[in-house]
Design a protein. Structure first.
Length: 743
């Protein structure tokens, strides 16, 4: 109704006079485009100021254009559409009315969800539609009649509008010819649909918008015929089909491009021109696809007035923009607390001007998304230095924004739909169940507390005397939390006095190079390897564990280096000493479990920086997690309590001299400990040598064997058991006496 009357020059549906005239369109452009208002306030507020004092015909034309932009949207309520159009009409100095046919159209469910790319461009849509009116009035009448009778002729008319903005064009094409054009206003989605289904029509007929529309119409006819009704690309099984085939293409990458370059903020220019650019004032004209050495030579010539470190960084930035960034890649940037995302549509080109710059075309699909609602993986890239940052690790999260923005939203006033936060870390780790707790003979509640510490701190240390099962518990717990399906997500390293940063994280190693010669290459250590695996696509919702055994035997400050910082600040990244050109961050789904033997070196001597970054959980034979563990083990396996009695007697004898030298239960839990011969061997070959070392300089060898020998400890254990029996009997007798008194 609006389009046909406008094209023919008939009176407006809202008024009794024509509005689609060259004068009205030019005046509307002058007020909204030439006198652009870049200040604060929403679109309608600024439009009211721009139309103040305008002729009635110009105001009514603006109301028609508002109706055209909002009629097909499913994510704007009908009363909101009506309110917006009525508000603009209220500014006119004439009697106007929205006809019932248009009101019914506003009350309908709509045809498509505009998403962020469409919803945030209301001003651009007005400008495009005003230019479309100008183009219509400049055509001969027979060309306009052809557009009213043939969809391809109508497409030729919209194609003639000289403007980069395409969303509103696709919208009015669909509203005019819904059986030919697609209700798909995302240029990227149209390309993805073609990539998925072009084979059904023997391939694409061209790359311009008219060819794309014709090909999509042919594909739609095929699927309509198969289904027996008009299919919807945004419903199953189609949306999963074309998005899963094409949303993340092989070789596709993601790039953060900072819009603040020098003293210039470039985002508005990028959005208006549909591009992304890189300042290249002194680079000189250089071809896309140039190698890094070629670009470095050009930088050395053009930028010899800047510091060599800056020249090196600039060369890498130009190389990424000219050579590594390609068609189909995702680019994004931010301004204040807003995120902007787009898809690269062409390779880079050199543009001479003031200043000279490199540019490539971009279809900006998602605009004005608040940064606070963005996946943390995307936000983490802003910590990295440089104007062009490789953010391919965040490609999946960015693609989700591009393909799913605003789906199904019902907004009151074209508000920005919120993205989903990344998975909360507590959900990565399962709770402890009774079966697992019973299998390792530790109380479930105590194990659950350890899990809670991992959830909040991500780094814990089990410390205690020898034989307390620190390494055993670390391995068992890590494999349980990783689940049986992913036990390969657990890796173990052991520190020792010669262990260094180069062994743990990364360092140069001898390697064969060309012609059989030897050289050095930078090789990742166990921490860097498991961090890369944890951060890989498909793994970010699964926990990974690095167990560091004998942690206090290494020089921790030397081993961790700058990684100390990342242990405390997981949401930030840091430059590396062997890779200064890149940054590194610890993924949030990587957990550390260390073990420390208090007999080997006192935990009190541990670096305060490590103590602050890890939660320390003591494993001591007489308290905490493993108190009474040997008793529970023996009861569960139906064995006598002798070994538990011996352990208690031994530790009571040690307790008076050094608490950290007490012996843990693991010495007595093996099969070999079930016989008298086995116990004798444990004492002779394991415990006495250990105690002799502990008491060296304090007790002689004979005194150690006299005080801690098996026969001596057996006698003490017997006395303890007898005393316990007496105490238990006294308790029973007291309870019986109490019962007699009560009766």
């Amino acid at each position: 109704m609006i389009l046909e009357r406008g094209l023919r020059g008939d009176p407006s549906p809202f008024w009794d006079q024509p509005t689609w005239t060259e004068h009205n369109a030019t005046e509307l452009l002058r007020r909204t485009f030439v006198n652009y208002d870049g200040g604060t306030g929403n679109f309608l507020f600024k439009l009211q100021g721009q139309l103040e004092g305008a002729e009635t015909a110009v105001i009514v034309l603006a109301a028609e254009l508002m109706a055209l932009t909002q009629l097909p949207l499913v994510n704007v309520r009908s009363d909101t559409k009506r309110d917006h159009v009525e508000l603009i009409l209220s500014w006119a100095h004439a009697e106007t009315k929205i006809p019932d046919e248009v009101l019914r159209g506003m009350d309908s469910s709509g045809a498509f969800n505009g998403g962020q790319g469409y919803n945030s461009r209301k001003w651009h849509h007005f400008v495009w539609l005003a230019r479309f009116v100008q183009k219509v009035r400049s055509q001969p009448q027979n060309a306009v009649e052809d557009a009213l009778n043939d969809p391809e002729a109508f497409g030729a008319l919209t194609d003639a509008v000289d403007d980069q903005i395409q969303g509103v064009r696709f919208a009015i094409e669909y509203m005019m010819w819904p059986n030919f054009f697609e209700p798909v206003v995302s240029q990227n989605h149209r390309k993805l649909l073609l990539e998925a289904y072009a084979w059904e029509i023997g391939g694409r007929s061209g790359t311009d918008q008219r060819a794309i529309a014709k090909d999509l119409a042919a594909i739609h006819r095929i699927h309509n015929s198969k289904a027996g009704h008009r299919v919807d690309w945004y419903e199953e099984p189609f949306i999963h089909d074309w998005l899963s085939k094409t949303s993340t293409k092989a070789g596709q990458r993601a790039w953060l491009v900072r819009q603040q370059q020098g003293s210039h903020q470039l985002l508005d220019d990028w959005l208006d021109r549909g591009e992304v650019s890189l300042n290249a004032t002194h680079l000189g004209e250089i071809e896309a696809g140039s190698t890094l050495p070629q670009i470095q030579s050009a930088v050395e010539l053009g930028y010899d007035h800047v510091d060599y470190a800056e020249r090196k960084q600039s060369a890498h930035a130009f190389h990424r923009f000219l050579t590594l960034m390609g068609e189909g890649d995702v680019v994004f940037t931010r301004r204040s607390d807003e995120l902007f995302v787009g898809v690269v549509e062409s390779g880079a080109r050199f543009v001479s001007g003031e200043p000279d710059h490199l540019a490539c075309a971009v279809d900006w699909q998602l605009l004005d998304l608040p940064v606070g609602d963005v996946d943390e993986l995307i936000l983490g890239t802003f910590d990295e230095r440089g104007i062009i940052v490789d953010a391919t690790a965040a490609l999946s999260a960015l693609t989700a924004l591009l393909t799913g923005a605003g789906a199904g939203e019902d907004t009151a006033d074209l508000e920005t739909p919120k993205a989903q936060k990344s998975t909360a870390q507590p959900g990565l780790l399962p709770d402890i169940d009774e079966t697992f707790a019973a299998s390792i003979h530790i109380e479930r509640e105590q194990l659950q507390e350890v899990v809670e510490m991992l959830r909040t701190r991500r780094q814990i240390v089990f410390y205690g005397p020898p034989g307390t099962g620190k390494t055993y518990l670390a391995g068992k717990l890590a494999r349980y939390l990783a689940t049986a399906e992913h036990v390969d997500h657990v890796q173990v390293v052991q520190f020792h006095p010669s262990y260094a940063y180069e062994d743990f994280f990364e360092g140069f190693r001898p390697a064969a190079i060309d012609n059989g010669q030897m050289g050095f290459s930078l090789e990742p250590g166990p921490l860097r390897r498991i961090a890369a695996e944890a951060a890989a696509e498909g793994n970010r919702d699964k926990p990974f564990f690095l167990i560091i055994d004998e942690m206090n035997r290494g020089n921790l400050a030397k081993i961790f280096g700058e990684l100390y910082f990342l242990l405390e600040y997981r949401d930030q990244s840091i430059n590396l000493q062997y890779s200064p050109g890149s940054t590194f961050k610890l993924p949030p789904n990587l957990f550390f479990i260390g073990t420390m033997n208090t007999a080997d070196r006192s935990v009190a001597m541990i670096d305060a920086a490590i103590r602050r970054r890890f939660a320390f959980i003591e494993l001591h034979p007489q308290e905490g997690l493993i108190e009474g563990l040997l008793d529970r083990f023996l009861r569960a396996t139906g064995q006598p309590s002798l070994r538990a009695d011996l352990l208690r007697a031994l530790n009571l004898e040690i307790e008076g001299t050094d608490r950290d030298l007490m012996i843990g239960p693991s010495y007595f839990m093996g099969k070999h400990a079930e016989s008298d011969i086995g116990l004798e061997r444990i004492w002779r070959y394991e415990l006495l040598p250990l105690l002799e070392e502990h008491y060296f300089g304090r007790f002689g060898r004979d005194e150690v064997r006299h005080r801690f020998g098996l026969s001596s400890i057996r006698r003490k254990a017997g006395r303890l058991a007898s005393n316990n029996d007496v105490r238990e009997a006294a308790v029973v007798e007291s309870e019986l006496a109490t019962e007699d008194d009560l009766s």
